[in-house]
Design a protein around this ligand. Structure first.
Ligand SMILES: Cc1cc2nc3c(=O)[nH]c(=O)nc-3n(C[C@H](O)[C@H](O)[C@H](O)COP(=O)(O)OP(=O)(O)OC[C@H]3O[C@@H](n4cnc5c(N)ncnc54)[C@H](O)[C@@H]3O)c2cc1C
Length: 472
């Protein structure tokens, strides 16, 4: 089946845009979450929307599942391929098609790298606001699918707030444009659908004017509780910083080892608080923030852009840096109400001590989005299972405190099993009705987000079994 499909697609796409060599296919066997791996049946590298549509139509005609992939930095296995399917990689769709500064928007292809949008408009005093820490490499198409966040999304909003329109190839192979016109908000449903409702081929994004001034504070605290209280005090005072990020002692140790960011020694936690906006407002609120961080034993204000970049370097490299202090780790992503932060952090600490599994904490503190990094040695028997146990228990904590099993990394294949802990069967069935309406054949990124996929036309509550597609 796939051999015939490869031959057909070589007639539609450039021959070198279709990969079926088993060695080259291995390049695509996982995303940033490497515990889930599956070698794709076939990989295609389309260069235009019409090519994507032709691939989708060919898959649908043969009943072959397909999965979109941008840069493969996802952390929930959303771009995990199918051994019996086609992986549609957008890395050759990297053109910025239009920049319209008067209307503050840009039109880009899905494979465009997030940071490249800001680089293109920086000379004119604009940027693209959503800034995942992976922004040097992740794609706009992936950001749309995951509704990605970033440090500055506290003030500026997530990807959904910056996407004005999407051209997509529907699961039936039609090219249509979704925008914010009247009628049902299909654009809203598509952003964050994790590639299950079609493939984005063009995105119109909002451009944001650069702020007049930026001020950045690095505050070091003896304990994470003190840092958590400072966050509550800042938000409680009505200040909306551009970003408030927190790292605990273990995360600081890792960042220092990796990038020598020069954070204060012996800190139990550091906060990075950044304010931006008009000069008088920032000056007034920055003084307030410094006063509210009264328990900090050291406060350091970024002197200039280079100093600011060094402060951010520690935070932005934190996930990768943990590789310096642990052979393997799980990057968890959960959300709790800000007011629960101190209690949840204390519970994570207790879980860690009781299980003997180390946990480093890095998070977007302003919106309660935790990123516990659960460390383990993959050479040690049973260590991964123990780490998985702690990681799952952290998600339970998030749910118990009224939070969520994901803040920005998505559900993907990894957290599908946790969905029933957060939603009832009726909730899940209702979500799947939308999916079935748009993808009746169930071929567009199947096996993701929901614990078990539903066949369209099925009576609610009767689900079919696990998807095909061998994992290894
Ligand atoms: C070091 C590191 C730091 C990170 N920091 C952050 C962070 O701060 N905030 C954050 O939100 N995330 C973060 N991430 C996660 C990840 O970078 C984001 O989820 C990102 O949006 C994924 O983009 P990608 O191009 O790599 O997508 P991929 O991993 O290739 O795909 C992700 C999902 O998008 C779908 N998809 C991709 N392209 C398309 C398309 N054209 N049409 C339809 N569906 C598509 C895929 O099917 C998959 O479900 C981080 C990851 C790493 C490794």
């Amino acid at each position: 089946m796939l051999q015939g499909l490869a031959e057909e697609l070589r007639r539609v796409l450039r021959p070198d845009s279709v990969i079926d060599d088993p060695v080259r296919l291995r390049t695509y066997e996982c995303d940033g979450l490497t515990v889930h791996r599956a070698r794709p049946g076939l990989v295609v590298l389309p260069e235009a929307a019409e090519e994507v549509a032709a691939v989708v139509r060919a898959c649908v005609a043969r009943g072959v599942p397909y999965v979109a992939r941008g840069s493969g930095t996802g952390l929930s296995g959303g771009a995990l391929p199918r051994t019996d399917g086609v992986l549609v990689v957008t890395s050759r769709m990297r053109r910025i098609l239009e920049i319209d500064l008067d209307d503050q928007r840009a039109v880009v292809e899905p494979g465009v790298i997030n940071l490249d949008v800001s680089k293109a408009v920086r000379p004119d005093g604009y940027h693209y606001a959503p800034d995942p820490s992976s922004q040097q490499i992740c794609s706009i198409g992936g950001n749309v699918a995951e509704n990605s966040g970033g440090a500055h999304c506290l003030k500026y909003g997530f990807t959904a707030n910056h996407v004005l329109a999407c051209e997509i190839v529907t699961p039936e192979g039609e090219i249509v444009t979704l925008d914010d016109g009247p009628g049902y908000d299909l654009l809203g449903a598509f952003v964050g659908a994790e590639g299950t409702l079609g493939i984005t081929t063009k995105v119109t994004v909002r451009l944001t004017r650069n702020p007049e001034v930026v001020q950045t504070l690095l505050a070091a605290f003896s304990s994470i509780e003190q840092a958590g209280e400072a966050v509550s005090a800042i938000i409680g005072a009505g200040i909306v910083p551009a970003a408030i990020e927190m790292m605990d002692a273990l995360a600081i140790e890792a960042a220092e080892a990796a990038v020598a960011c020069g954070y204060p020694e012996n800190a139990g936690a550091v906060l990075i608080v950044e304010l931006d906006g008009p000069e008088p407002e920032v000056a007034h609120q920055f003084a307030q923030v410094k006063a509210l961080c009264l328990d900090a034993f050291e406060q350091r204000v970024a002197r200039d852009d280079a100093d600011r970049a060094l402060i951010w370097k520690g935070r932005k490299s934190a996930f990768a840096a943990v590789g310096r202090i642990s052979p393997a780790y799980i990057v968890q992503d959960g959300v709790v109400p800000r007011t629960s932060l101190p209690r949840v952090l204390a519970s994570i600490d207790r879980l860690s001590r009781e299980s003997g599994v180390k946990v480093a904490n890095v998070f977007h503190a302003g919106d309660g989005n935790l990123h516990p990094l659960v460390l383990f040695d993959d050479a040690e028997e049973g260590a991964e299972e123990r780490a998985e146990g702690v990681s799952g228990a952290i998600l339970d904590l998030c749910i118990t405190h009224g939070g969520s099993i994901t803040g920005e990394h998505g559900v993907g294949v990894d957290k599908a099993r946790y969905m029933p802990r957060m939603f009832t069967d009726a909730d899940l069935d209702t979500m799947q009705l939308l999916r079935c309406a748009l993808d009746p054949a169930g071929l567009c990124n199947p096996g993701k987000v929901f614990p078990t996929p539903r066949l369209c036309g099925e009576i609610p509550r009767v689900r079919r079994g696990e998807p095909e597609g061998e994992l290894y």
